[in-house]
Design a protein around this ligand. Structure first.
Ligand code: DGL
Length: 264
């Protein structure tokens, strides 16, 4: 047993898609979340900057005495997960490997699409990880730099959002049977992405997939939270406006939360 919280980080609100899944699958676990919305999006930034920002978020989470860290951001996972995992003594999970494995499981034609930020797509990490597991897979990746700002500004269903999504996804329509949402912000746009791709395309939520691995590790290391130890005190921090963060978070999580502004 370990009653300490699990730490989550993202460039902004995207990691909440992982937290929602955690609350569903592991409702006894406590969460500390930090979103760096003041500096989002990370995707178009140089690797060195993403690395430095991510370490700041990790160090903040460590001050909260977390028992595990989930890098709930594909971009940060692509750039710096391996380094963080090696340096820390607590388990550190990224979102890319679980998404890659789930895509292989889902596809029947071997044609997998991946959408993500410019950095995630440029790193080619999904193709590498997918083909390392299953070399026959055909992976087509597409950067969608306009999606994260739409989510950060809470434009989840506007007509502009629809137009942007339909236009951006055109190159992949009809060419894949499985699409990895390789950015944790994208599940907030899932209904429109599904419509744009067609109902037969299976969407893989890499962050949600990673919660299964959280569960496996909690069991393996026997660090689950004691269920009798009530009550949960989740903590949410953002580097931008607490109100804007709470607006998106409360609707998405269907849960009333307290958000604090944090300067890093
Ligand atoms: N949510 C992030 C990801 O999964 C980053 C989006 C961004 O800041 O560009 O990649």
């Amino acid at each position: 047993m370990d009653n300490r919280p699990i730490g989550f980080l993202d460039s902004g609100v995207g990691g909440l898609t992982v937290v929602r899944e955690l609350m569903r699958q592991l409702p006894h676990e406590e969460v500390v979340y930090i979103g760096d919305s003041a500096r989002a999006p990370y995707g178009p930034r140089p690797a060195e900057q993403i690395r430095a920002y991510t370490w700041q978020l990790v160090n903040f989470l460590l001050t909260k005495d977390v028992k595990m860290i989930v890098i709930a951001c594909n971009t940060a996972t692509a750039v710096v997960w391996e380094e963080i995992k090696e340096k820390l003594e607590i388990p550190v999970l990224g979102v890319i490997l679980p998404g890659a494995a789930a895509a292989i499981k889902s596809t029947t034609t071997g044609k997998i699409g991946v959408i993500g930020t410019p950095m995630t797509v440029q790193s080619d990490i999904y193709r590498k990880k997918i083909q390392a597991l299953s070399p026959e897979m055909n992976v087509q990746s597409l950067a969608c730099p306009k999606f994260t700002p739409l989510v950060e500004s809470n434009q989840l269903t506007s007509s502009i959002t629809k137009k942007v999504i339909y236009k951006s996804l055109q190159p992949l329509v009809g060419r894949v049977d499985t699409l990895v949402l390789g950015c944790t912000h994208y599940p907030l746009l899932k209904p429109i992405i599904q419509n744009a791709m067609g109902k037969d395309v299976k969407l893989i939520d890499s962050g949600a997939e990673c919660v299964r691995d959280v569960s496996v590790l909690l069991n393996y290391f026997e660090i689950n939270r004691n269920r009798d130890k009530q009550e949960l005190k989740h903590q949410f921090y953002t580097t931008a406006s607490a109100k804007s963060f709470a607006d998106i978070a409360e609707t998405w999580l269907n849960y009333s939360i307290h958000v604090e502004h944090m300067t890093l």
